[in-house]
Design a protein around this ligand. Structure first.
Ligand SMILES: *Cc1c(COP(=O)(O)O)cnc(C)c1O
Length: 368
């Protein structure tokens, strides 16, 4: 008889682990990684300098309240600093939202092909993840609202969404919010918001200013190029933020991370350069993919720093994934997210994009 051992709770056992983007090939070679939506331009010089300056303070705990960082965020976006909460990446904040507002017997709702952290955050606290039908990979407001029930405690919406890159327009976000019960927390995850065009404000931050049930999350990992330091923030009603503070880790963002993030908020030139680079090469790659339409390739319309490319012809996504890897390019293949027919490709450097397009042309031609 096997000896007794600690048993994870059933809802923990039910979690399908998060799969991070790879940085080495099957045979362990280090190659060009366009699999994790990182900034190909790196980090702003200001943020790097601020990070480096903290080497002398390694023996001291960081500011648990991240007061200076929260003040800087509030000043930048015209918010109340008391209602800004900092997180170990926005991932922690997404978990805190579920942790504070959902539990056993509750439901957590999101659109199919939503960010893969949402089901983990739901199950971690014993809640049931519910996936609403999409509309050609994008948010279907009616389908989402049709799944709202008396047990729905949290609704997550990534805007733009990862891994699809799709954008839910301001009117749709407003419609979702208007239809949700007031006791259901609406979490709008704006990890890629800086990649949008100015006219594409989805209105969620303004909603979070006044509504009692809207939380917006942001990150320094994507356009600010600070993924290694794990810094995110969220904004919402005071009682929501207060509940989340109770369960966050006390020293959840490092000192160097806080300083780097403060500096990053001032690096407007770097953010603009990153945005413009992304727009240019995303548009370019979209055209390249459209040129391979005869081979069954199709890019889902994206407003983020990546493209989800569907493979509906002779060349399968799996074969393309391995073919690209052999050519030194790692993209994201997503069978675990029910997208075995798709690859997510981060917009990288010009050289990476040209090599990627060339490789796709060769692979499609070879597959016939
Ligand atoms: C990358 C990403 C995040 C957050 O990442 P952190 O590094 O934890 O801040 C959150 N939501 C979506 C949709 C993402 O793609």
């Amino acid at each position: 008889m096997p000896s007794p051992a600690p048993q994870p709770k059933p809802w923990i056992a039910a979690i399908a682990p998060y799969v991070p983007g790879r940085s080495t090939t099957d045979d362990g070679r280090r190659v060009r990684k366009i699999s994790s939506n990182e900034n190909p331009l790196g980090t702003s010089p200001q943020a790097r300098a601020a990070f480096a300056a903290e080497a002398a303070t390694l023996d001291r705990y960081p500011d648990a309240a991240a007061a200076e960082l929260r003040e800087a965020i509030a000043a930048k976006f015209g918010l109340d600093p008391a209602r800004v909460i900092h997180g170990t990446g926005s991932d922690e904040l997404l978990h805190l939202a579920a942790g504070a507002f959902a539990g056993v017997g509750d439901e957590v709702l999101y659109v199919r092909y939503g960010f893969s952290v949402y089901p983990i955050a739901a199950r971690r606290v014993g809640a049931e993840p519910i996936e609403a039908d999409d509309r050609d990979y994008a948010t279907d407001v009616e389908a989402l609202l049709a799944r709202v029930g008396p047990r729905t405690r949290v609704v997550y919406l990534a805007n733009p969404n990862n891994p699809t890159g799709t954008y839910t327009a301001r009117e749709e976000v407003a419609r979702i919010h208007a239809a949700l019960p007031a006791d259901c927390l609406f979490v709008v995850d704006q990890a890629y918001t800086e990649y949008l065009e100015p006219e594409d404000d989805d209105g969620a931050l303004a909603l979070a200013e006044t509504a009692p049930n809207v939380l917006v999350t942001r990150t320094f990992s994507k356009i600010h190029g600070l993924a290694a330091e794990r810094i995110g923030w969220a904004y919402g009603p005071a009682p929501v933020i207060e509940a989340m503070h109770k369960i966050r880790a006390p020293f959840n963002v490092s000192t160097a991370g806080q300083k780097a993030a403060i500096a990053a908020l001032d690096a407007d030139d770097f953010v603009k350069k990153s945005h413009d680079h992304n727009l240019l090469w995303r548009t370019w790659l979209e055209a390249e993919i459209a040129g391979l339409g005869n081979f069954g390739l199709r890019a889902v319309p994206s407003k983020a720093n990546f493209l989800l490319v569907l493979f509906e012809g002779a060349l399968t996504a799996e074969a393309a994934y391995h073919g690209l890897m052999e050519r030194g390019l790692i993209v994201r293949w997503l069978p675990a997210q029910k997208l075995p027919h798709a690859l997510r490709m981060t917009i990288g450097t010009e050289e990476e994009m040209r090599d990627l397009a060339l490789a796709l042309r060769e692979l499609t031609a070879a597959a016939g």
